[in-house]
Every structure is written in C-alpha cells, then in structure tokens.
Design a protein around this ligand. Structure first.
Ligand code: F6R
Length: 609
C-alpha cells in the first residue's frame, strides 16, 4: 500500500518518477505527489486524486534536474486531501513514506513544545519535522536521519531529500518493502520492481532496519547505527511488456486472458513431463518428515484465502492430511496450535501482505515449517519462508486478482500431489492420471475464454441489479465466495457467496424476483444436491444464472442464463469454474463504467494491518 519511487541520474527526474508512480498506482491511488530541488530549494507538487491529476499540475513546470522522489497514497492516517498527500515537507526536508509511524502522537507533542508547526493530519509529517529538528541541532543530514529513525516506532519504507545534500537520496526500511534499482549511471528506489524494470533488471533489496544513501554513482547501505552492510545484487527475469496493457481495455481483462499461459508456465516448473510426477526440487522436508506431518495450516488473505479453501480439498482428498485454513488477520492474534510437525502453507500474490507476514512470524516462533506459494520472487514472504513455490503468473497489475488465483490453485494441486507421492509412493498411476488432468487445464481455460462474448451478453442483461447471491458446494463453495468478491470489488454491487446447502438456514429469505443467483453446478458428486438448491431458489422467483459442465440441458432449462466449462476431474473444477465468474464480474463492472483496474478504496498490496 502506497507506492514510493525515487530517481537520481541524468534523465529529467520528475518524468522518471511520475512514470514509475504510474506503475505503482495499483498500490494506492487516492493522492500523489513529487518533490525535487529547484534553485537549491525544495519544490513539492502534490494533489488529491489519481496520478493523472498530478501530471496536470506538473504541466508547465520547469525542468527539475537529476533527483526526485514521489508517492502514490492509500490513506491510513488522515483523509485523502491535497494537504495529507505525500511528500511531506519542511523548508529543509521532504519525504515520502509507506507504513505507519505508531508513536507519531507523542513525537508530535514533543516537537510542538519545541515550537515546530504541523499542517497535515498524517503520521508521516512528524518524521519530516523530526529530521528538520535534528538538522537545527547541527547534525549532518545523515546523522539527522539516523537519530530520527532511532526515535520512531512502527513500519516504514522511506525516501528522503534534504537541503544541503542535493545529490543524495536517503532511504530506510522497517517492515514495508523497498528496493534499489541499479541502472547505468542512474539509480532508482521503489516499493517494487514494476516501477523500475523499464530502466534496469538489477536490484538490491533493503532488509528491515537498513538504511542507505543513494547517488548516481552508487549506494551505501548501513544499519541505523551507521555500520556498513554488503548487499547482494539480484536480477529479475520479469519482462517490462508484462506490465503493459498490450491493447486490452483493462489490465484485469488482459490478466484473465493470460491465464492459460500463466498456468502452463507454472506447471512447466513443477511437472516432470517424462514421468508425469511433481518435482519440487529441494523441498525442505525429507520423506520421513513428510510422513510425520500432523497438520497443514493454510493461511492467507482475500482471494488468496479463497485459494486456500480450495487447497484444503486438494490436500485432504489427495493425501489424507488434516488441513485447516485461516485468515491471516485472525490467525496471528488467536494463539494457534502449532508444533514442529505442523506445516504452515502461506499463499500470497504480492508476498508483502502484512497480515500474512505477521502470521508467518507467529508460526515460525512456534516451530512450524513454512512453505509459501508466491508470485513475486524475493518478496518478504518468499525470503522468510523455508521453501517457496512460485506462481509464474508474471506481474499482476489489476487490483482484482485473477491469474494469480488460478496459478495458486495450480500450485496447491501440485503440492498435494507431491505430498501424496512422498507419503504413498506406490500408486504412481493415480498421480500420473491427476497430472494429466492438470496439464489439460490451460487448454480448457482457452476454450472458456473463447466464449467470452456470451458472458458479456449475460453481463449486459444483469448489470443493473443491486444484489447478487453466489452458491456452490464442496470445492466450488470457495469459488462462490471468490465470484462474489470479484463482483463486489470492481462493480460495487453487493454480492454474497454461500454454501448452497446453507441457503435454507437463512439466506433463502433474501430470494425474490430482484435477486440474481449464480449457481455453480458442474457435473460432480454434489450435482444433484446443488440442483435441488437451485429448484428452491426458482420456486421463490429467484433469477438463476447457472454455471455447469458443457451443454447441460437440464441446468439450461432451469436457468435464465447459462455459462459452462469443459469436463475435467471433479477435484479440479475450481480451476475452470472461476474463469466465467471473473469474466462476468469484469463485464458487469465495464457496463457500469467503474474504474476496474483501480476500484475505489482498494490497493493491490496491503502492507498495513
Ligand atoms: C482481491 C484481492 C485481494 C488479495 C489480498 C491478499 O481480488 O486481490 O483480496 O487477494 O489482499 O493479497 P496477497 O495475495 O498479495 O497476499
């Protein structure tokens, strides 16, 4: 949440920073701003609203030279206004911040007593004023930053510019991510890689309690007391075009259509194509340890949590291991029962979700082995885990997660099959059969995507309704939750996901002729039962949009609208059934004219609690 960009180099710094901010806009977009030096004074230009508003304000501004910092905000402390937008400044200091300064109130009181004034409602401004106060005491810029960092509590990624050190960017990190991009005669600082891949694929990751001074000739990294730290330079294989829309109206649509590729790539890393086995190289548990696993605890947030709920079906069905699924924000404060035979399985697209990181730390302290499914290499969750299985989805820019979700399901299926191989090595032919089914999935999704105009027509018919219900059973109950989440987050229509069998215990009271009910009913072991639930809806005048397997005449005859997926092993239907629901949500939102890639109040990477 919140995106930070900094640049030092020969190009027009404010252009590079604004272009980087646009790539980070998915992290937060309620206000943005930029700071740089002009005639040895700090110039700050900032505004409420999206980066396009900032660009309007920058038209006609003089060139700024070689150094600038910028920020795109997701408000925590203080409303999204011009004044609360970052950078925050004093006459001598300007800074951008991602995170929360927890002791801002006490620090502010002390500074007010000393005669300093504040203009915003934010926690961040206190740090700018604090650094300024240290400069007033006669400290050098570096000392002023160090002393100030020693006084603050909380989470932060920071980029700071200071009058008198006009060719240097000061940076620091605790809990919120920050990387340094190493270009040719230029250096960049950013919250994540998507802001810098146009300029360089070489980068350094700042760890907690590290700070740095960056200039166009290089960077020096130290701890907060000034002790030098040698850092490894990493390289990313992400290609800059993956972060472009490439002709699609929205990133979300592009990402929905990228799913066959994303899943094929994810599989190619983990399937041994000759032997039809799952190959998780260097998995941290030996065969005997796997055989001694007492429990798998899956922890995640939002859409990744829904993937976890499906993962429980995969693991329990394929390897008979007791599996629990928990929301990261609940798990970490719940005194969870974890021992050294527990494997914790974390799922996160970004690898930076603060609640999921908190859960990881909690489980680690209790001795669990930590295995993660993650889309971003070198993210915090990847680095803190014992083992990471990567979704090869490429950068996901649309705020509503789509390709990362199906890629997570693919990894979960692969983990379940791998554990099955290790626990019960003998039934090789069954593993082969399941692997063959997984290999069919990219093609099956292509088939579903080929039918998107039919789903667009359904969206055209229903986009004006106010409430939707989504029903599913078994492994498609999480898909009902996910379908409802996709619809509400991008179209702002109220939508609920329910286990179809729970209808009669309450939600059936909601059914009337104004309520579209999306029923997920592929031909699986739950099919007949789901049909009965569908009949209950129909007899109360509910409008049925059904989702079945290929041409299901029975389902079609009961429904106002019908969508379908090709047949597959019933365990893996969620990898297919979610796709028409992503398209339905997308087209409904498109007809309503909402801001699909950047829905209100949301941010892609949730780095605050
Ligand atoms: C919804 C969505 C969110 C994320 C959640 C966890 O479309 O994207 O619900 O799934 O914020 O994020 P990650 O997976 O990055 O930990």
């Amino acid at each position: 949440m919140c995106g930070i960009v900094g640049y030092v180099g020969p190009k027009e710094a404010k252009d590079v920073v604004v272009e980087g901010l646009k790539k980070l806009e998915y992290r937060g977009y309620d206000s943005s701003g930029i700071a740089y030096f002009q005639d040895h004074s700090i110039e700050v230009i900032k505004t409420k609203g999206k980066i396009i508003e900032l660009e309007k304000k920058l038209v006609g501004q003089r060139t700024c030279g070689k150094l600038a910092i910028g920020h795109t905000r997701w408000a925590t402390h203080g409303r999204p206004t011009d004044v609360n937008a970052h950078p925050h400044r004093t006459p001598r200091v300007a800074l951008v911040h991602n995170g929360i300064i927890e002791n801002h109130a006490e620090l502010k009181q002390e500074l007010i007593k000393k005669g300093y004034e504040f203009v915003s409602e934010t926690d961040t401004e206190v740090l700018a004023v604090l650094i300024h106060s240290k400069l007033d005491e006669g400290l050098t810029p570096m000392q002023a930053v160090q002393k100030s960092l020693a006084a603050v509590e909380g989470a932060f990624a920071l980029a700071i510019i200071i009058k008198g050190a006009e060719d240097q960017l000061f940076i620091a990190k605790n809990l919120n991510p920050l990387i340094i991009g190493l270009g040719k005669d230029e250096m960049l600082v950013a919250s994540d890689i998507s802001a810098i891949i146009r300029h360089t694929n070489r980068f350094i990751i700042l760890e907690d309690n590290e700070m740095g001074v960056v200039s166009n000739s290089g960077c020096t990294i130290t701890d907060f007391s000034g002790k030098k730290i040698t850092k490894e330079v990493k390289e990313t294989s992400w290609n800059p075009t993956l972060a472009e829309k490439e002709g699609y109206k929205h990133f979300m649509k592009k990402e929905i259509f990228e799913q066959p590729r994303a899943l094929a790539d994810t599989l190619s890393d983990i399937v041994d194509n000759e032997r039809f086995r799952i190959n998780l190289r260097d998995f941290p548990l030996a065969k005997e340890e796997i055989q001694n696993i007492s429990r798998i605890v899956i922890v995640a947030c939002g859409t990744s949590y829904h993937a976890g709920l499906v993962g429980k079906f995969f693991i329990e069905n394929l390897c008979g291991l007791h599996t629990e699924v928990d929301l990261a924000s609940e798990f970490r404060y719940r005194n969870p029962i974890i021992d050294k035979h527990t494997v914790m399985l974390l799922i996160s697209q970004s690898g930076e979700t603060i609640d999921t990181i908190g859960a990881l730390m909690e489980a680690r302290a209790r001795g669990a082995k930590i295995v993660s499914i993650c889309n971003v290499r070198e993210s915090t969750i990847d680095r803190k885990s014992d083992y990471t299985i990567f979704t090869d989805a490429g950068p996901e820019i649309g705020v509503a997660s789509t390709k990362a979700f199906t890629a997570q399901l693919m990894c979960l299926a692969a983990i379940a099959l791998f554990l099955r191989q290790e626990i019960n090595g003998k039934d090789h032919h069954m593993t082969t059969k399941y692997v063959e089914e997984l290999l069919k999935i990219p093609g099956a999704i292509n088939q579903i995507l080929g039918n998107d105009s039919a789903i667009q027509e359904i969206a055209r018919e229903f986009f004006n309704y106010r409430d939707f219900l989504y029903l599913g059973r078994g492994n498609n109950f999480p898909i009902a939750l996910e379908g409802a989440l996709k619809l509400k987050e991008i179209s702002y229509i109220h939508a609920e996901g329910y286990a179809a069998g729970e209808m009669k215990h309450g939600p059936i009271a909601l059914i009337d002729e104004e309520m579209p009910v999306v029923v997920i009913a592929p031909r699986d072991r739950y099919y007949q039962k789901t049909l009965s639930n569908l009949e209950e809806v129909k007899s109360r005048e509910g409008i049925i949009i059904s989702l079945g397997t290929e041409r299901d005449e029975k389902l079609m005859s009961l429904s106002k609208a019908y969508m379908s997926v090709p047949p597959i092993d019933e365990l893996f239907y969620p990898l297919l059934t979610v796709v028409p629901l992503q398209l339905l949500a997308y087209y409904i939102a498109d007809f309503r004219g909402t801001d699909i890639d950047q829905p209100r109040n949301l941010a892609k990477s949730v780095t605050v609690e």
